[in-house]
Design a protein around this ligand. Structure first.
Ligand code: FO1
Length: 330
């Protein structure tokens, strides 16, 4: 068994071509939940759902979130109602009282559903309604995720990093914004002063995560700050990584990132926005997969390949490099 740590698009892209090397049934994915939001009362788990939809064969591969060819009748109607009634259409982060009242899993990530600021497709919404209903019925997020995986015919064990709430909050000169507000509504603006994983110190690893971290671990080219950072912030998570073989794929080529806000976020938390910075953030990584053109020299074993992942063939090539790196350290 091998465990992948996943968030954003980096690790899902790697997984999209991993089957021939690491069959889904022999892998676990630990998904980041720091990005999760409660929107209009429904819990949305973007990083879990990207893997769920990828493995279920329904992922929108243009965006790497949501379901391909989904309709959006409910989303459109929510906007029509808000526009007609003259209601505000931006993110409406609820009051501090509302953030900390109600179901704990929603703490510090609750937004009004009025003119929802994230695009939610109709089939996608059915997942969020089912997830929230099952939570209401008393299931843990881990149990709910497994039930949803069954519904999508997924062979892989996909588990959230914790059943407890951890909210990724972006500190900016204009105040604190939840990650989804900063990213979706403001396009990664304004400047980031710090990144906080609110609730992490009280969050616990689940038995499923503890067991998964007993296997060799692969950290795909996900964003080290907002995709992997929330996991590292859960007590005991890094200690578990220190005890098991870990291979990390750098999302950078030297100081260049393929896509997304990783460079900005690394700089904001005082880390070099480059492969060297990733290596510093991952002291528990025993080996790295780096791009052929990456000039970085590391003090740990390195396997090199072309790490750009644009299609399945690329993903398989990078997965083979991961397998080679695991062979060096296991
Ligand atoms: N990203 C966007 O840029 N715009 C959206 O409207 C949006 C909606 C959305 C709905 C469900 C979902 O699971 C993901 C969604 N994302 C959207 C992606 C998401 O904001 C981030 O890319 C991830 O959280 C990063 O991992």
């Amino acid at each position: 068994m091998v465990t992948f740590l996943s968030g954003g698009t980096g690790t899902p892209k790697l997984l999209s071509g991993a089957e021939s090397v690491f069959p889904a049934a022999e892998t676990t994915v630990v998904g980041n939940t720091g990005d999760d939001v409660v929107l209009g009362g429904h819990l949305i788990c973007p990083d879990i759902d990207t893997v769920l939809f990828l493995d279920g064969g329904v992922l929108d591969r243009e965006t790497w979130w949501g379901i391909a060819d989904d309709s959006a009748a409910t989303h459109d109607e929510l906007h029509r109602i808000a526009d007609t009634a003259g209601l505000p259409t931006g993110p409406q982060y609820l009051s501090d009282d509302a953030q900390t009242g109600g179901r704990a899993i929603g703490h510090w990530r609750r937004f009004s559903g009025v003119a929802e600021f994230m695009h939610i497709g109709d089939r996608d919404r059915a997942v969020h309604v089912t997830r929230t209903g099952l939570l209401d019925e008393g299931h843990s997020l881990t149990e709910v995720t497994r039930l949803l995986a069954d519904a999508f015919g997924v062979d892989r064990d996909i588990v959230p990093m914790s059943d407890d709430p951890v909210a990724t909050l972006i500190h900016t000169p204009d105040g604190i914004q939840h990650f989804q507000e900063w990213w979706v509504a403001h396009g990664g603006e304004p400047t980031v002063e710090d990144v906080e994983f609110r609730g992490s110190e009280r969050a616990a690893m689940t038995p499923a995560v503890e067991s998964a971290l007993g296997d060799p671990v692969v950290i795909g080219p996900s964003n080290p700050v907002t995709s992997i950072g929330p996991m590292r912030a859960v007590p005991g998570f890094e200690a578990a990584l220190r005890e098991t073989p870990v291979v990390a794929v750098s999302p950078f080529v030297g100081g260049e990132v393929f896509s997304g806000p990783a460079a900005t976020l690394m700089a904001s938390v005082g880390r070099e926005p480059a492969t060297a910075g990733v290596a510093a953030v991952y002291p528990f990584a025993d080996a790295f997969v780096l791009d052929d053109d990456d000039p970085t020299e590391l003090d740990r074993p390195v396997v090199r390949t072309d790490t750009r992942i644009d299609d399945t063939e690329d993903a398989t090539r990078v997965t083979r490099a991961v397998d080679d790196a695991l062979a060096v350290i296991t």
